[in-house]
Design a protein around this ligand. Structure first.
Ligand SMILES: Nc1ncnc2c1ncn2[C@@H]1O[C@H](COP(=O)(O)OP(=O)(O)OP(=O)(O)O)[C@@H](O)[C@H]1O
Length: 628
């Protein structure tokens, strides 16, 4: 037996391990099980290359809790350690590794958060245990078994011992303040979080299953107690895409998110081995506009070891809306988050994923356009967001990003330009893309545009103003205009100017009369000679104003615009007979009533007449019907 003192340069790291790693104690289990998996995989390699003569046999790793003895044990049947190896790996290497780790993060305010994702190895056991024992038998049968024991201070004992089976038991004597880790439910929860897809079977207790024996009438159901293996050692993403059917991907989706009932729209299987290693499966979920997004859905693994499900800053933001798994052994496990964000390999991986996503969308679009169109509404938020946040993705998306018109037809941007360019180019050569945000709410304006033979796009996603701005900058001589931002003749100005039925003098007389009868703070009166079949009074919101307002609500745009009161243009069509009648009315009261009624009708046609104003309008209208 040898007593020793672990070689410490920092006074004593144990109190620090316990104290400052406070919030994420649970990761000790991931660390110990990862070590057990490593030891098992190493042994497999050694036997394969002929360096170990041992019979592999059953390699299942087992987790046991003993409430009475207050111990938690992780047992593997991996390559094991001799006393010399324990001294080298645990007393020296692992310790200095842990020491370095603790020193590095000691002063960091977000230390705990870092450790939640990236562990500190074997010594994390001391976060929850007052004493840790290692009992290990090397695969090299000539070596004696080793027993190591340490009570959370630099003193340890290391002695030769007896152990029948090859492999390592790590026995944790759980602290009184960590008794939760002796609860079966708690351990099961952790195994499910961190170990669900580890590559070696992991047993936690037993479970009862019902087996059907025999066939037909003789079939008998029999209950049987079997090992409870908590993981799937060969998850779908580790298999070749060619070996998987659509159903397998769906099954895997349910395995990943057992509490989600929605099925994914489609999947992307990532499989790269050069110039970096990357596997994974990404799913496109249905995303409705205005839906609360759950961004922590993609899980990052390193060789099937769960690292994190918070990929913020690691992959482009829009990709965090996808679901699924990314696994890469090139992703460093034991580093801080900020390091990960600036790591070269991670950057390459992230731009590769973006490209893959674009390729897949392009393929789906090309292979079955009808199907792609039917899914568009569910995926457009993600794609539009991607187009805005990633230049390369914007360029790639030109091939498959769709624009829908109010009639429900879909076009790529190029197709749409081609469709409308003849009729909707104004006298200055500018192509005007008309759009509506609500098919019903802006119906009267849409109808007027259709009457002229124009087409109207439906642009209703939350970030649409930003997207239009982006498209305007990359397309010269092209502009978007919402159908209700001006009268249709003004939106797409053509050469022929309408002659005015009213003289300039008459217009100058009428304008102040109308201004005097409406709320000046709300309406800017504009006298325009539109065609006589246009409405007499039209309410419009100038494109620039509205867009600035919308953009300031979704980020960007001019500061403070979001709080601006609603302001409208009241366009008065000087060519309409009703306007002529107002001018000829000599009774001032009647004239005012006519203007009021005209303005209210214009507001009503846009769903803008509300509350008391609406009640008054309805009453007034009924009264006038009664009077006949
Ligand atoms: N169950 C085990 N079986 C065999 N060797 C083990 C076992 N657990 C730990 N070891 C040895 O102890 C060493 C230190 O373990 P530790 O977990 O501290 O660091 P690590 O596994 O090398 O790195 P990481 O920080 O990624 O966990 C391992 O490299 C391994 O050699």
């Amino acid at each position: 037996m040898s007593n020793g003192k672990i070689n410490v340069t920092a006074d004593n790291i144990f109190p620090i391990i316990k104290k400052f790693l406070y919030s994420d104690h649970e990761i000790f289990l991931r660390e110990l099980i990862s070590n057990a998996v490593d030891a098992t995989l190493k042994l497999k390699t050694l036997t394969r290359i002929g360096e170990s003569k041992t019979e592999l046999g059953d390699l299942t790793i087992e987790i046991k809790i003993d409430k009475e003895a207050k111990t938690l044990t992780v047992s593997d049947k991996g390559l094991g350690m001799s006393t010399e190896e324990v001294d080298k790996y645990i007393n020296q290497l692992a310790f200095s590794g842990a020491e370095e780790f603790v020193k590095k993060y000691e002063d960091k305010a977000d230390g705990a958060a870092i450790i939640g994702h990236f562990g500190l190895g074997f010594y994390s056991a001391f976060m929850v245990a007052k004493k840790v024992e290692i009992l290990s038998q090397s695969h090299n049968a000539e070596a004696k078994a080793a027993h190591w024991e340490c009570e959370g201070d630099p003193e340890f004992t290391l002695e030769e011992a007896e152990k029948a089976e090859r492999g390592t038991d790590i026995i944790l004597h759980i602290n009184d303040d960590s008794l939760e880790f002796l609860e079966e439910a708690r351990i099961r929860e952790l195994l499910n979080k961190y170990c669900k897809f580890l590559p070696v079977p992991i047993k936690f207790g037993t479970k009862e299953i019902t087996e059907t024996l025999g066939e037909g009438e003789d079939a008998k159901e029999e209950k049987k107690v079997v090992d409870d293996i908590i993981n799937n050692p060969v998850p779908a993403w580790t298999k070749a895409p060619g070996d998987l059917k659509d159903e397998d991907y769906k099954t895997f989706y349910r395995e990943l998110y057992p509490h989600t009932f929605e099925e994914p729209l489609f999947h992307i299987h990532l499989n790269v081995d050069y110039p970096f290693d990357l596997t994974g499966i990404l799913f496109f979920p249905r995303v409705k506009p205005n839906m609360e997004l759950n961004r922590n859905k993609i899980q990052l693994y390193q060789n099937q070891v769960f690292v994190t499900d918070n990929l913020e800053g690691i992959v482009p933001d829009f990709l965090t809306m996808l679901h699924g798994v990314i696994d890469s052994k090139d992703i460093p496990l034991n580093v801080s988050r900020s390091y990960l964000q600036s790591d070269g390999a991670v950057k390459k991986i992230s731009s590769h994923i973006t490209k893959k996503v674009a390729d897949k969308l392009d393929e789906l679009f090309k292979n079955d356009r009808k199907d792609f169109e039917s899914k568009w509404d569910d995926i457009k938020v993600i794609i539009e967001y991607g187009m805005l946040s990633d230049e390369k993705f914007f360029a790639r998306a030109q091939k498959f990003a769709l624009y829908q018109n109010v009639k429900g037809e879909y076009f790529t941007f190029e197709e749409y330009k081609e469709k409308v360019k003849d009729l909707q180019t104004d006298k200055d050569g500018k192509l005007v893309m008309l759009y509506a945000a609500h098919k019903d709410g802006q119906h009267s304006f849409i109808k007027r545009a259709h009457d002229k033979g124009y087409d109207v796009l439906l642009m209703d996603s939350p970030i649409v103003s930003h997207l239009m701005q982006r498209l305007e900058t990359s397309n010269e001589n092209l502009t978007f205009a919402r159908v209700d931002s001006d009268s249709i003749d003004k939106l797409i100005k053509k050469d022929e100017d309408q002659p005015s039925k009213l003289t300039e003098e008459q217009i100058n007389t009428l304008k102040p009369i109308i201004e005097g009868s409406v709320d000046k703070a709300k309406f800017t009166v504009m006298m325009e000679n539109l065609s006589s079949d246009e409405s007499p009074f039209i309410i419009t919101v100038p494109e620039f104003m509205r867009r600035m307002k919308e953009m300031s609500m979704t980020g960007g745009g001019m500061m403070g615009m979001g709080n601006m009161p609603d302001m409208y243009n009241l366009v008065v069509n000087t060519n309409h007979d009703f306007v002529n009648n107002i001018l000829s009315e000599s009774d001032e009261e009647k004239q005012k009533a006519m203007i009021k009624q005209g303005t209210d009708l214009a507001l009503l046609s846009q769903n803008l007449l509300q509350g008391e104003e609406l009640t008054n309008f309805v009453e007034r209208s009924f009264n006038s019907l009664t009077k006949g």
